[in-house]
Design a protein around this ligand. Structure first.
Ligand SMILES: Cc1cc2nc3c(=O)[nH]c(=O)nc-3n(C[C@H](O)[C@H](O)[C@H](O)COP(=O)(O)OP(=O)(O)OC[C@H]3O[C@@H](n4cnc5c(N)ncnc54)[C@H](O)[C@@H]3O)c2cc1C
Length: 399
């Protein structure tokens, strides 16, 4: 279907105002300090506090719960700007966004009223937890379980892995098996809303080991969660009693919008890499002229710019289709696959353009080069995206 591209990238006045505000916020408050936080692997508390004041934790939460009530498209534009500043900042918002989506779409009225107003202000921040030490892509293979005790409460046991914001979050949406014999397995999976004290590494039934050391995506913590009889009240099954056995479907739905979110993060990384490459290649001279004038480098810039534009268009298309209530699983998968690969490739091209300085911790591109590969993994690896895309293409085009 031929569609004019400006319908995807055009911004309303409201979108222009908010993205311009976040763009300046990234320029003034994030980019100048990102290297310092990255090198020390320190949580960017002051930036997060300012984000609370700007209302950035409530972008998609409806106004009746104290949020801005904006759509996925506007959210994706904001995420691009935050990620352009530093991917870890978008990481603080990312899991929170998925948590609020889960509540908005599947939560009971009581669950929404209890959590969404505090989430909109950032007073409580959310994480989500599917992955385990032995299971990531094959979600139905998780081993963590929950059993209902005589008092009606559920007890969670098992080990979770790679929980972004695992320590500082106050809510974790945890996927476990409530029926280990269910066939197919996904029918026996349930999502629990686990409340915990933010920052506490040991509470009854739950231990949070020290954060996992990573090559990039620093500042924001990724942790294990070790559940040993962690008690969750009966009314904290996502969606109430009807949510029992629905966890897999709920999480997969949230990951679909999460894919648009990761794609937007990829666009932000690809954009910043492009900016740095454009600047450096016009300043650095070899053989009597700026390196940008050597055709090999001009071609690299051309490829980077084309990738960036294509990634942004795919991302905006997927977001707009979702907002329009159209089926967008295929488009979200394509956007995630392409934009995350574009981010990694643009980061590498920008690093090459920086020559030896690209390898120096004095230069921003060194950090971006370490940050970018995360996007190839989270919310489904590139291989998993290809499986999703291929399956959907075949479903939509039966011979
Ligand atoms: C920094 C970071 C933050 C994260 N944050 C979170 C979080 O907040 N919450 C959460 O739940 N998880 C999180 N994750 C986990 C992430 O979702 C998983 O790492 C990801 O889903 C891949 O799972 P895995 O690491 O177990 O790899 P595996 O599933 O073991 O895959 C290993 C390799 O095999 C490939 N592969 C697997 N199956 C197939 C197949 N059928 N066909 C072809 N290739 C295949 C994969 O693409 C990959 O290349 C995070 C991970 C990282 C690194």
């Amino acid at each position: 279907m031929a569609v004019a591209t400006d319908t995807f990238t055009e911004k309303t006045d409201e979108q222009k105002a908010i993205t311009e505000m976040v763009h300046q916020f990234a320029d003034n408050e994030i980019i100048p300090v990102a290297e310092e936080y990255d090198h020390e692997d320190k949580f960017p508390e002051p930036i997060v506090e300012q984000m609370k004041e700007l209302g950035l934790f409530g972008v998609t939460i409806p106004e009746e719960y104290g949020g801005m009530g904006l759509d996925l498209t506007t959210y994706a534009m904001i995420v691009e700007e935050l990620s352009r500043g530093w991917i870890s900042i978008s990481g603080v918002v990312n899991t929170h966004f998925i948590g609020s989506y889960l509540l908005m779409k599947f939560g009971t009225e009581e669950q929404k009223n209890t959590f969404l107003p505090k989430m909109a202000t950032g007073e409580i921040r959310a994480a989500f937890s599917l992955s385990e030490p032995e299971v990531g892509s094959d979600v139905q293979g998780i081993k963590s379980t929950a059993k209902q005790a005589d008092d009606g409460q559920w007890e969670i046991n098992g080990q979770k892995m790679w929980v972004t914001n695992g320590l500082r979050s106050g809510l974790v949406f945890v996927l476990v098996k409530t029926d280990t014999k269910a066939d197919p397995p996904y029918k026996g999976m349930t999502c629990f809303i686990c409340e915990k004290e933010p920052g506490a590494d040991k509470v009854p039934g739950l231990t949070i080991p020290p954060k996992i050391k990573k090559m990039g995506y620093k500042g924001v913590e990724s942790t294990e969660l070790v559940f040993d009889g962690f008690k969750v009240p009966e009314d904290r099954i996502l969606g109430g009693p009807e949510g029992l056995g629905e966890g897999f479907v709920q999480m997969m739905d949230a990951l679909e919008v999460g894919r648009v979110n990761v794609a937007a993060r990829g666009v932000g990384v690809a954009q910043r890499s492009m900016e740095l490459a454009l600047r450096y290649s016009q300043e650095r001279k070899t053989f009597g002229k700026p390196i940008a004038q050597h055709q090999a480098i001009t071609f690299k810039l051309a490829e980077m710019g084309t990738r960036l534009e294509a990634a942004r268009l795919l991302t905006m298309k997927a977001a707009r289709m979702k907002d329009a209530g159209e089926r967008s699983d295929l488009e979200a998968g394509m956007a995630k696959l392409f934009a995350s690969e574009a981010a990694k490739e643009n980061a590498e091209d920008a690093l090459r353009i920086h020559g030896g300085y690209g390898y120096s911790k004095e230069y921003e591109i060194e950090r971006i080069y370490r940050d970018a590969p995360l996007l190839l993994i989270g919310e489904g690896t590139s291989e998993i995206q290809k499986m999703v895309i291929g399956k959907k293409l075949l479903q939509r085009n039966r011979a």
